[in-house]
Design a protein around this ligand. Structure first.
Ligand SMILES: Cc1ncc(COP(=O)(O)O)c(C=O)c1O
Length: 411
């Protein structure tokens, strides 16, 4: 059986060639992941040779156009959708802000939407604000002991008037994978739509929006080895119904409806580097399926198996500590959860655990990570919050062992 060759993986990341950066065990990936050389080179090249307005006939402009078009194409291939269903915006938070404005006119006063208290505020706040304009907002609440959502509770919340369910594929704190396809089926049965926040899921798994049957899928490239842009898949048939949020003359051109701001052309072009990176690592592991998504699925299986070996020792250690509470599922299975481990202890503040980890050069964070409502539901102090260690496939067993050693000492 092939296993992930970390030397090949880490050789792609300039951060690991820099002695100072490499001396940190980067376990704050859920906040922002490192970029492979394929992305860094594209950023450099586009800033040096194509930093101008695209869509004209002069050389650098042609290069900028080609780079942006290629990024849209490869991301569509990765998501299993069509190019005009891919939108790049400044961030996921800004994308949901625009989406909520674009979708509100589709609904009548008294229509309903369901949000969770598990999601990052990016996939809650913009939807909750629609209550100000007569939309009934229902909250799908987590179990306060685990931070997990129970799908059966959704039946109570969905009615004939439900127009939208907003849910995360995996929370940035609880990290446990929600059953998106099954949720999509439930909301589609009453004619509503689903918007999925895949920001914390996508760094760990291939995303097939057709298989998930989701209407909108949100993804932050900067947490998935790419530049700082938000990417959003929007099903063409749903997009066509939305109201235009771009300039008035974009009316009739749905591909312009959701991007009122001028995008960062070079960063969009550089997004293709993520797919190039996947291809380099896939090829090095003998993965050569002709379809890009199939290659990604096979590659992410390798990533997932490695990530299981990274999270298992940390979960095992936390299990031995009576006064430590893990948020989310107690499983290292990568089909159950992402390798983001959030916990708190009655013995010490999360801040003090964080400080000990930082002193050992382990990059991590503590607090609420903009999942205020989840922290509130768990009964935690919003500022001290949880300690969060978030790995991705490029992390090593040695880095996790370092983290475990510190945790064993301080917990
Ligand atoms: C799960 C999740 N959703 C959404 C966001 C917001 O993403 P952005 O920074 O692109 O607005 C984050 C950021 O931390 C996140 O972790």
């Amino acid at each position: 059986m092939t296993t992930l060759d970390l030397d090949i993986v880490r050789a792609q990341f300039p951060s690991f060639a820099n002695p100072d950066t490499a001396s940190w065990a980067h376990l704050e990936n859920a906040g922002g992941s490192y970029c492979p050389v394929q992305v860094v080179d594209l950023v450099t090249d586009l800033f040096a040779h194509a930093k101008c307005q695209p869509r004209w006939g002069f050389g650098p402009s042609v290069a900028a156009t080609e780079a942006m078009d290629r990024a849209r194409l490869v991301m569509a291939e990765l998501f299993n959708c069509r190019e005009h269903e891919i939108h790049f915006g400044p961030s996921t938070s800004q994308n949901t802000y625009v989406l909520a404005k674009a979708m509100r006119p589709l609904w009548d006063e008294g229509d309903e939407i369901v949000v969770t208290d598990q999601d990052h505020e990016a996939n809650q706040g913009a939807w909750r604000r629609l209550a100000d304009s007569g939309i009934t907002v229902k909250e799908w609440q987590v179990d306060p002991a685990t931070g997990l959502l129970d799908e059966s509770a959704l039946d109570e919340l969905i009615s004939e008037r439900t127009r939208l369910v907003a849910v995360c594929h995996a929370s940035n704190i609880a990290a446990t994978i929600n059953p998106v396809r099954s949720i999509a089926d439930r909301i589609h049965a009453v004619g509503g739509h689903i918007v999925v926040d895949g920001v914390s899921y996508a760094p760990h798994s291939a995303v097939d929006v057709a298989e998930l049957d989701c209407d909108i899928y949100l993804y932050s490239m900067y947490k998935t080895y790419g530049p700082h842009v938000g990417l959003m898949y929007t099903r063409a048939s749903v997009l066509e119904q939305m109201t235009n949020q771009g300039h008035y003359f974009k009316e009739g051109h749905p591909e312009g409806y959701l991007t009122p701001a001028g995008p960062d052309h070079a960063m969009i072009g550089a997004a293709a580097g993520v797919a190039d990176y996947y291809d380099v690592v896939a090829a090095a592991h003998g993965i050569d399926a002709p379809v890009r998504l199939d290659r990604a699925k096979a590659l992410f299986e390798l990533f997932g198996e490695h990530e299981e070996t990274l999270m298992a020792p940390v979960l095992d250690l936390l299990e031995t500590k009576d006064d430590v509470t893990l948020v989310g599922a107690r499983s290292a299975d990568h089909s159950v959860r992402a390798p983001t481990i959030s916990f708190h202890t009655t013995k010490r503040s999360s801040a003090s655990v964080y400080e000990a980890l930082i002193a050992a050069r382990i990059s991590c964070g503590h607090g609420n990570f903009y999942a205020h409502r989840l922290l509130g539901a768990l009964g935690l102090d919003l500022d001290d919050g949880v300690v969060r260690l978030s790995a991705v496939h490029y992390n090593t067993a040695e880095e996790m062992a370092r983290a475990c050693q510190v945790l064993d000492e301080v917990l």
